[in-house]
Each structure stands twice: as C-alpha cells, then as structure tokens.
Design a protein around this ligand. Structure first.
Ligand code: BYC
Length: 497
C-alpha cells in the first residue's frame, strides 16, 4: 500500500462520518465541489504537474522517497480537521479547503461596510485584489525554497518531520491562492499561477516579490526564528485578509490560519528548546555569565547573546514585510473592503470606516524619533505592525520565563521597530535596538554586536550536525515535551529511505 493510499483511506474513513464535505476521490482533494466545475478542474489539473515539477526541483532536497509522519487536512472542523499518517512528500494530498460559508456575512469595514460580502470579484477592485492574492501566494513557495536544504542537518527526526510538515502546508497554501487566481481571474489568473512557480527565492533575474523571502534560511536557528517571526507575519496578514469583503478569500484565509498556528509553534518551541539546552549546559558546567561566550560555545550550545542577535535580525527583516507604515495602497485596500485590520470585525470603539480617525506613527524628523498622529486610513500598515510586535512579545516572554527558571541572568528584548529597517519610515535610517537615531559611523561601530556577524554564522554552521536516530537530539537543542500527536519519545518520525 502506498503512502498516498494510507492517507486517502484514512480520510475516506473519516469522511464517512464527520467530514462528508471533503472529496478525496478527486485528484485534487477539495471542499469546493471542484467536480461540478469542469473548466476550473481542468485548469487546476493542468497546473498540478507543473506544481509537482516545482516541488521536485525546488522543494526539500532529499527525503522525497522517505515515509514522513505528516498530518493532512481532511476537514475544516476545528475539532478534528487533520489526520496523521506516514506519507511520501510528493504523494501528499494537497487540497483546496475553505472554511465554511457564514450565511448572510456582510462586509465588515470600508466604503462598502454593511453590504453583502462579495461571492464574485468586484470589477472595480479586481486589480488590487489580484495583486494581494499574488503577493500572498508568492510567499508560500518562497519559504519552501528558502528551507530546501535544511533536511540534511536536522537536529532530530522530530524536527525534520516538523520542517517537512511546514513545507507541505506552505505548498497547500500556494494551492489555496492558486485556486482563487484560477477560479476568479480567468486567463490573467492562470498566468499568475504559473508565474508563482517561476519566480525563485534569491534569484537575481526573477526573485520572490517581498524582501524577506529572498533571504537565505541557512541553518535551523534561522528556520526557528523564521517560523516564529515571519510565519507570524503570515498570521497577521492572513487575519487581515480573512476580514475581506471578497468572501472566497476570507474563507480561504480563515482555514489557512489553522495551519499557520502550527508553524509558529514549531518556531517558538524550537527557540525555546535551544534556550533550554543552553541554560541546562551552562548550569551543569557552573557557568554563570551568559556573556562568557567562549566557555558557553565550548559546550556545543548556542550562547544567549547570539540568539538575541538572531532575534534582532529576523524581527527586523520580518517587520519590513508590513510595507510602509504610511501607505496609500493599504488605505485603498481597506477603503475598498479588500483587506481589514487584525481582528477587524471584533474591534470595538470605531466606525470601521476610519474617515476621521487618527493613529500614532513613529517617524524620524530632523534626526529624531517622534510620534505623529496620522490619518488612521493611511496608517494601517503601522497599526498591523504594532499588533504584530505585541503578538511576538507573548513568545519572547515565554522564552524569558524559561531562562529565569534555569537561574541564568539574561533577558531577550525585541529591538525598537526602527532597528535595521529597509522599508518604510525607518528605511535606510540608522536606529539602535534601544531606539536611538545613530550616525552611519556609530552604526558601523556597533552593528556587529546587534546583528549576527560572520563569526556567529560560522559557529552556528559548525553546530549543524544531523541527528537521525529516533529519540536522539543534537547537543544544542532539548527534546520536546510531547511528541507529535502524542507519539512516544523514540518514535521514528521519518523513515529515511
Ligand atoms: N519587499 O505602500 P507599500 C506569509 C512594495 S507572510 C519588497 O509600502 P503595501 C508567510 C509593495 O508591494 C504574509 N517590496 O505597502 C510567512 C508595493 O509595490 P507595488 C504575506 C515591498 O502595498 C512565512 C510598494 O512596495 N502576505 O504568508 O501596503 C512562510 C509600496 O508598498 C515590501 C501579505 O503580505 C517588501 N518587504 O503593503 C510562508 C499579504 N513591502 O504594489 C508564508 C498581501 C512593500 O507598488 N500583501 N513592498 O508594486 C499585502 O498586503 C501588501 O502587499 C504588503 C505591502 C503588506 C506586503
């Protein structure tokens, strides 16, 4: 029996009771009655081999014939939407799943507030909507490309499996956006769907659209920081798009958010376990000073100041993904009812149209940071970025708690939002992590203390030794508290073929 059979059997068994709406008999599993729209089905079935070609040439390097213990979405019921089982990655059932339709849903914000949500693309907003769907779609394969080489240095089979889980789900998120493009945007949409497979992360001629998705993810610390910070940008953006007046986009994003939560879990616990290994090794060796980097590194663990530099890097690069703090694009997307604020429908205390509202935006004026009240409509990217920073703080606090518990004296701090930015108000300005405006010379003298330097990257690379024995972990990372789907500690998450 092939891995694909195992999953489809499992899904079939489930669909008999709770998940009747998902069709796993189709080549492309879906809950959008794909079989009833032959033209769309044909278009997606034409795209599918190109997607598989992309997966095989740009997806995870190696391990494609290994059985990986993966979860597959088999429903959209929050109480039980996934099924676990061994799957060979290329046989993963990438499906099209939308959250259930909310009958009578109205557009919750903008000029069209209160009108019935659109089931078809509103002609006047077509170009903007297409652009946002393409940008969202572009990040999904980009992240898979960035993480392509990590399997070979996985610190355990548990982590390797988590990497591949994230990768196949980013693949599914690409399918989600391609579905929207192909179903609602005709020939243009089909061309965009193809282009999503052609741009490549980091490529000079045809790079991915957004900056952070052209950075390398060269090691596992980068992967964990990426899934903590950058996948959280995914959460914020998807949440803003889930408010959309274009109902198919809203429903698609709502279901994607379920999967995104796991990616952030992988990031947060990955960093957490790295911290735990470091602190435990320091306590065991009697090292009290976290800044005694040489002594700490000799223990084969990552020193905490280096983790802070990695945090600074990933936080700042990810913040650029919010676009300019003050943006007429964002104002237009909101005004048109296409992209809301985080948690828009539940926000209390304003009219959700924002005609007269203001929002404080930090700007650099005459070399000083000042807060300016700005028309709220134009400050939506600033607001989403602020919400993101608050959301990140929860995880950073939990990391700090685990350092406290060990008795080591160290605290992680999120850098000031102006630190190391390329886009927006702070783009090209030199701001310290504490939020002071610096001269170029001051920046040059200090930035090696704030961002990972060559020595750091070489040290991290030296730690990236694979550990492929079930239940074992490399020195720099602690085992997880619980296994995936409650599997025992020595579970063979990847059967390496
Ligand atoms: N790099 O008015 P502006 C995820 C462009 S992550 C390069 O400042 P706007 C995931 C911008 O496109 C979530 N270019 O900002 C995570 C525009 O160009 P055009 C992804 C940039 O338009 C991990 C121009 O600058 N989803 O899902 O309000 C793993 C002026 O733009 C950048 C989304 O982002 C940049 N960093 O906002 C896997 C949601 N920033 O159009 C997946 C959809 C800006 O003039 N996208 N530019 O040629 C959006 O909502 C918006 O496009 C942005 C930009 C928030 C990205």
């Amino acid at each position: 029996m092939s891995a694909e059979d195992t999953v489809s059997d499992a899904a079939g068994a489930i669909s008999a009771d709770r998940f009747v709406e998902i069709s796993y008999d189709d080549v492309i599993p879906n809950n959008v009655a794909l079989g009833a729209d032959k033209q769309l089905q044909r278009a997606l079935e034409t795209w599918r081999p190109n997607y598989l070609g992309w997966w095989n040439s740009m997806g995870p390097l190696g391990y494609q014939t290994s059985d990986v213990y993966l979860r597959t979405a088999v429903g959209v019921d929050p109480a039980g939407w996934a099924k676990f089982g061994y799957v060979k990655m290329p046989a993963y059932r990438w499906g099209i799943l939308l959250a259930p339709k909310v009958e009578g849903r109205a557009i919750p914000f903008g000029r069209h507030k209160g009108e019935p949500a659109w089931q078809e693309v509103p002609g006047e907003h077509r170009a903007l909507l297409r652009r946002l769907i393409v940008v969202q779609g572009d990040t999904e394969p980009a992240s898979v490309e960035q993480q392509r080489f990590l399997g070979a240095t996985a610190p355990s089979l548990y982590d390797m499996r988590n990497l591949f889980q994230v990768n196949v789900e980013e693949g599914r998120h690409l399918w989600a956006m391609v579905y929207l493009l192909v179903k609602y945007f005709g020939k243009d949409g089909r061309e965009e769907a193809q282009a999503l497979l052609e741009r490549q992360s980091g490529q000079m001629d045809n790079p991915r659209i957004l900056g952070a998705f052209n950075e390398r993810t060269p090691d596992w610390l980068s992967f964990f920081m990426f899934t903590f910070f950058t996948d959280r940008d995914g959460k914020m953006q998807l949440a803003a798009l889930a408010e959309s007046g274009f109902d198919p986009l809203s429903r698609t994003c709502r279901f994607m958010l379920t999967e995104e939560a796991h990616h952030m879990f992988v990031g947060e616990t990955g960093v957490q376990r790295t911290i735990e290994a470091t602190c435990a090794a320091m306590v065991k060796a009697g090292i009290k000073d976290p800044h005694d980097v040489e002594a700490v590194r000799k223990l084969g663990v990552v020193d905490l100041p280096l983790l802070q530099r990695k945090l600074n890097f990933h936080a700042s690069v990810t913040r650029d993904l919010f676009g300019s703090e003050i943006s007429s694009n964002a104002a237009e997307a909101f005004g048109s009812g296409i992209k809301g604020r985080f948690n828009e429908a539940n926000l209390k205390g304003d009219d959700h149209v924002l005609t007269d509202a203001t929002y404080p935006v930090t700007r650099v004026v005459d070399g000083k940071l000042v807060e300016e009240q700005t028309p709220a409509l134009r400050a939506l990217n600033a607001r989403l970025l602020d919400d993101f920073i608050v959301d990140c703080q929860g995880g950073v606090d939990r990391w700090n708690k685990s350092i406290d518990k060990s008795g080591v004296a160290f605290r992680f701090i999120q850098p000031h939002k102006g630190f190391n930015r390329r886009i927006g108000e702070f783009g090209g300005k030199r701001i310290s992590p504490a939020g002071e405006a610096l001269t170029e010379d001051e920046w040059k003298a200090k930035s090696g203390e704030w961002l990972p330097n060559d020595d750091d990257m070489q040290f991290i690379a030296s730690l990236m030794k694979p550990c492929h024995e079930p239940g074992k972990y490399t020195s720099w990372i602690a085992p997880p508290r619980v296994g995936v789907n409650n599997q025992p500690g020595d579970f063979e998450y990847v059967k390496i073929a």
